[in-house]
Design a protein. Structure first.
Length: 344
């Protein structure tokens, strides 16, 4: 509403407000020139579990566009046995949606097994074709994406085999069957009303003790989000996020290499924004109202500069997300002043 009022004001009043704004901008620029801070920021403590990239800032990600983050660890030890994590996000801005995939192969008369490119396959989402005719003479292992044709239905030489299916959460390269056939991966389920991804986990299966362990660093899993609106969202790893190791002594036992509940400084969460830099009030333009909010926040600090944010600190005014609102942020604000967001 304020933005509409601003746009509908008379010409003379508009000119006066613009002049006042530019005077304020110049005054703030002068303050910036005489108050440049040396930037200091602290990274997450290693070993860590991290959302990579940490910040997805892309105003081109309009409604329906997708992006992928990786849940990774920089741990370099050789005793990794398993991991688990949960995620939460702003469901009014982001969703986790099933993604469509098509794989094709050519039959040779003997091959009865085909492996999908992406896995795990979402259960009951697949349709298998042989020469464009749907087939029911197969079985599928969803976790491994393995399609096996019954002996009497093995595709003949030259037959086109095609499978259309859906996937969403994809295993990374840390714990995979390429390293040991005992590897297991279980993707969590997502709730786009609550904005949650339930426990996603991978481990080396064992009966009495692990048969296999592996080394980091590596990608635990990849998660693809769809932008459903204009705004911001944290991508937060849950307290039950863990990297699990196995000790060497005696029969050995599992232990937490990293535990988000007890080692929060070893956890790097993520952040998403498809807003125009400087659109602090979220009304799809950068105008005097945003400048007023920026001016209040100017000079304030928040994490990682200080553990407890200053009262005036506003993350949306911290345009480079380094933990303070300073001349570098003002420079970005000034460049974007007057811009309008593209239509969805």
């Amino acid at each position: 509403m304020n933005n509409l009022i601003f746009r509908e004001e008379g010409g003379e009043k508009m000119r006066i407000r613009r002049n006042l704004l530019w005077i304020s901008l110049v005054m703030l620029l002068v303050l910036c020139l005489f108050g440049v801070d040396v930037k200091t920021s602290s990274a997450v403590v290693s070993p860590a579990i991290m959302v990579i990239p940490q910040n997805t800032l892309d105003e081109t990600l309009t409604k329906g566009e997708t992006f992928t983050v990786s849940i990774t660890t920089d741990y370099t030890g050789s005793d990794v046995w398993g991991y688990e994590f949960t995620l939460s996000y702003n469901a009014s801005i982001l969703h986790i949606e099933p993604l469509n995939k098509t794989d094709t192969w050519t039959g040779d008369g003997t091959e009865d097994t085909f492996n999908t490119t992406m896995k795990p396959v979402i259960e009951d989402s697949e349709t298998v074709y042989v020469n464009d005719v749907p087939s029911t003479f197969y079985s599928i292992t969803y976790e491994e994406g393995r399609i096996w044709f019954f002996p009497f239905a093995i595709p003949d030489p030259g037959d086109e085999v095609r499978v259309e299916y859906q996937y969403n959460i994809v295993n990374g390269d840390l714990i995979t069957k390429d390293k040991a056939d005992s590897a297991r991966f279980a993707a969590g389920t997502f709730n786009n009303t609550l904005g949650t991804l339930s426990l996603t986990t991978a481990w080396f299966f064992y009966s009495t003790k692990p048969v296999n362990i592996t080394s980091g660093p590596g990608i635990m899993a990849n998660v693809t989000f769809t932008a459903v609106d204009y705004g911001i969202s944290n991508i937060t790893l849950g307290d039950d996020t863990r990297l699990i190791g196995w000790t060497d002594g005696g029969m050995g036992e599992a232990y937490d290499i990293i535990n988000a509940k007890y080692n929060p400084d070893h956890i790097q969460h993520g952040y998403f924004s498809n807003k125009i830099p400087g659109d602090i009030d979220g009304d799809k333009d950068v105008d005097p109202f945003d400048f007023s909010a920026f001016r209040v926040a100017y000079g304030s600090k928040g994490p990682p500069q200080v553990p407890v944010p200053d009262p005036n600190y506003d993350l949306q005014a911290d345009l480079d997300l380094d933990g303070d609102v300073d001349p570098f942020d003002f420079s970005t604000f000034r460049v974007n002043y007057g811009r309008l967001a593209p239509d969805p």
